[in-house]
Write a protein that binds this ligand. Structure first.
Ligand SMILES: Cc1cc2nc3c(=O)[nH]c(=O)nc-3n(C[C@H](O)[C@H](O)[C@H](O)COP(=O)(O)OP(=O)(O)OC[C@H]3O[C@@H](n4cnc5c(N)ncnc54)[C@H](O)[C@@H]3O)c2cc1C
Length: 478
C-alpha cells in the first residue's frame, strides 16, 4: 500500500525509466554457480520497487520519501551477495531497492595522499583498470571482481588473497559519504587511516548497509610493486603447514598473500584446468593441505623472501609443488571470476557452490579441519569441495572457507546443508572465533546473531535505533 503511495514521488525523483517493479539484475555467473539455500529467490517476489538514482541528491530524496512512509531501503551494488549471504535480499513486506550502479564515477585520485575516491557503483574491475593504467593498485581482488562494486565489498566486509597483508578492503577506507535514514548526507573521515575517537567510519562498514547508504568512499591505494612472485608447498599434515606459516611470520617475512587450500581445492581449482599437462599423483600423493605464498617488492627482496620461505617449508616437511600448479591456482582465484570453474561445472553438473565463512586463530586450524571433515554430510548427494583458509598476518588469524557443492532444487540437500552450516559456523565460535569472518551474517546466519553477539547485541540494537529510529535501512541484516 505504502509503495503505491510513493511510486509517483520516486518517478519524480529518478525518472520513470529508472523505476521498476523487478529486483535489480543479478549477474548470471552468480545465479549459475551459487546455491540458493535460503529461499532468497522466493524473497524476490516480495513487494518492491527498484530505483536507479543518478546522483547523491537523488539517493537522499529517495531515502527521505522512504522514511516518510516507513518503507525498507535496500542499497545494492553489484548484487553479487544475493545468494552468498543474502545481504541485499528484501525481507520486509515492502521495500525500495536502491540500485547504485549509475553512480559509477571515479572522482579523485590523489597521489600525494595515496587515495582514490569513488562513487558507490564503481566496480572493482573498473577501479583496478584505472589504477593499473597509472601503475598503482588496490589491495582487494575478490573472485567476483567483474561485477562487485568496491563499496559493496566494504559494506559486506569482503576478503581477498591480499587480505593477508592489507586486511579487508574496509580497513583501507579513510573516508565515506553516507546518506542517513532521514536523507541527510554526512561525510566522515579524512585522507589518512587515522580515525577519530569513535571510529565512526568503521561503524558503517561491514554491516550490509543497515545504518545508511554509502554514496562515496575514499580508499588507500599503493604504487604497483616492481616485482611479484608466488609459490606453492604441499604438506601431509595441517599441523606442519600451520607451523610453517607461523615460522614465516616469526622470521619477519612479509608475504602479501598466504592461502591454505586443502587437497580437494587444489584438485578442483588448480589441477582440473591443466590435467593433461602435469603429473597429478606427484602433486596429490601424501598431501593433505597446501600453503600458497606470494611476495611483492623489489626483485631482490622477493627472491630472498621466497628462498627463505622454501627453507622454512622444507624444515616442516613441505614439498615445493610444480610452478604450473601454483600458477593455475592463482589464475583460478584471480581471473575466471567464478567459484565454480568451467571444468568443475562439467564434472559436478547440476550442483552449485555454497560455503561457511567463519574465522579462528591459525593455532586452532588443524583441530578445526579434523572436526569439519567429520561434519561433512556423506549421503552422496552433497560433495565436499574442501577448505581454503585465507590467512591474516601478523595476527595469525585464519578464515577457513569450507565449500560444499549441492543441488539447490533438492530440498533435502538444502536442509542438510543448512544443518551443516550451523554446525561448522558454531565450531568456529567454540574455538574462540566468529561465525562470519567475511560477508556479514545477511539472511544466511541471521538466526545465530544472538549467539554470536551475546550481551553486546542490545548495544548494537541501541546504536541502530539511534541512527535509524524507524528501522528502515536494510532491516533484518547485520
Ligand atoms: C562468483 C562469486 C565470487 C565471490 N568471491 C568473493 C571473494 O573472493 N571475496 C569476497 O569478499 N566476496 C566474494 N563474493 C561475494 C561478493 O561478490 C563480494 O562480497 C562483493 O564485494 C560484494 O559486492 P557487491 O557490489 O556485489 O555488493 P552487493 O551484493 O550489492 O551488496 C552487499 C551488501 O552491502 C549492501 N550495500 C551494497 N552497496 C551499498 C552501499 N553503497 N551502501 C550501503 N550498503 C550497501 C547491500 O545491501 C548488501 O547487504 C563472491 C561472490 C560471487 C558470486
Amino acid at each position: 500500500m505504502a509503495l503505491e503511495t510513493i511510486l509517483s514521488s520516486l518517478i519524480r525523483i529518478v525518472g520513470e525509466e529508472n523505476v521498476a517493479h523487478d529486483f535489480v539484475e543479478i549477474p548470471s555467473i552468480h545465479l549459475q554457480t551459487y546455491a540458493d539455500v535460503n529461499s532468497n529467490k522466493k524473497a524476490m517476489a516480495k513487494k518492491k520497487l527498484s530505483v536507479r538514482p543518478a546522483d547523491i541528491h537523488q539517493v537522499s530524496e529517495v531515502v527521505k520519501e522512504a522514511r516518510k512512509q516507513k518503507i525498507a531501503v535496500i542499497p545494492v551494488g553489484g548484487s553479487t551477495t544475493f545468494f552468498v549471504t543474502g545481504g541485499p535480499v528484501p525481507v520486509a513486506d515492502e521495500s525500495i531497492i536502491v540500485d547504485l550502479r549509475r553512480l559509477d564515477k571515479i572522482l579523485d585520485f590523489d597521489e600525494k595522499n595515496g587515495t582514490v575516491t569513488v562513487e558507490a557503483g564503481v566496480t572493482v574491475q573498473k577501479l583496478k583498470s584505472f589504477l593499473e593504467s597509472r601503475n598503482w593498485w588496490l589491495p582487494h581482488h575478490p573472485e567476483s571482481y567483474v561485477n562487485a562494486t568496491v563499496v559493496g565489498a566494504i559494506c559486506n566486509d569482503g576478503i581477498s588473497p591480499y587480505s593477508t597483508k592489507y586486511g579487508r578492503p574496509a580497513e583501507q577506507v579513510t573516508m565515506i559519504k553516507v546518506v542517513l535514514s532521514d536523507g541527510q548526507t554526512c561525510t566522515i573521515g579524512n585522507k589518512t587511516l587515522f580515525d577519530n575517537a569513535f571510529m565512526l567510519t568503521r561503524l558503517f562498514l561491514g554491516i550490509n548497509g543497515s545504518l545508511g547508504v554509502i554514496v562515496e568512499a575514499t580508499f588507500k591505494v599503493y604504487p604497483a610493486p616492481e616485482s611479484r612472485a608466488r609459490s606453492l608447498y604441499g604438506f601431509s599434515t595441517a599441523t606442519d603447514a600451520c607451523e610453517a606459516v607461523k615460522e614465516i611470520n616469526r622470521a619477519g617475512l612479509s608475504p602479501e598473500v598466504v592461502m591454505m587450500p586443502s587437497k580437494e581445492r587444489i584438485y578442483n581449482e588448480a589441477l582440473l584446468p591443466i590435467l593433461s599437462a602435469v603429473d597429478v599423483s606427484g602433486v596429490l600423493e601424501g598431501k593433505e593441505i597446501y600453503v600458497f605464498v606470494g611476495y611483492a617488492g623489489s626483485k631482490e627482496i622477493v627472491e630472498f623472501s621466497l628462498a627463505q620461505t622454501e627453507k622454512i617449508a622444507k624444515g616442516r616437511n613441505g614439498d615445493k609443488i610444480d610452478s604450473r600448479v601454483a600458477n593455475s591456482y592463482w589464475s583460478n582465484l584471480t581471473e575466471i571470476g567464478a567459484v565454480v570453474s568451467p571444468q568443475m561445472a562439467t564434472i559436478y553438473k547440476s550442483k552449485k557452490y555454497q560455503s561457511s565463512r567463519g574465522g579462528i586463530s591459525i593455532s586452532h586450524l588443524p583441530q578445526f579441519l579434523d572436526l569439519e571433515k567429520e561434519l561433512v554430510p556423506k549421503n552422496g548427494e552433497i560433495v565436499d569441495d574442501g577448505v581454503t583458509s585465507y590467512v591474516f598476518l601478523p595476527q595469525l588469524d585464519a578464515d577457513p572457507i569450507c565449500g560444499i557443492l549441492l543441488d539447490d532444487s533438492n530440498q533435502e540437500s538444502v536442509n542438510i546443508f543448512n544443518r551443516w552450516l550451523d554446525d561448522v559456523s558454531m565450531l568456529n565460535k567454540k574455538l574462540g572465533g566468529t561465525i562470519a569472518a567475511v560477508g556479514g551474517t545477511g539472511t544466511m546466519l541471521q538466526h545465530l546473531v544472538g549467539i554470536e553477539m551475546g550481551d553486546s547485541l542490545s548495544l548494537a540494537h541501541a546504536i541502530k535505533k539511534a541512527i535509524d529510529p524507524d528501522g528502515i535501512m536494510n532491516p533484518g541484516k547485520m
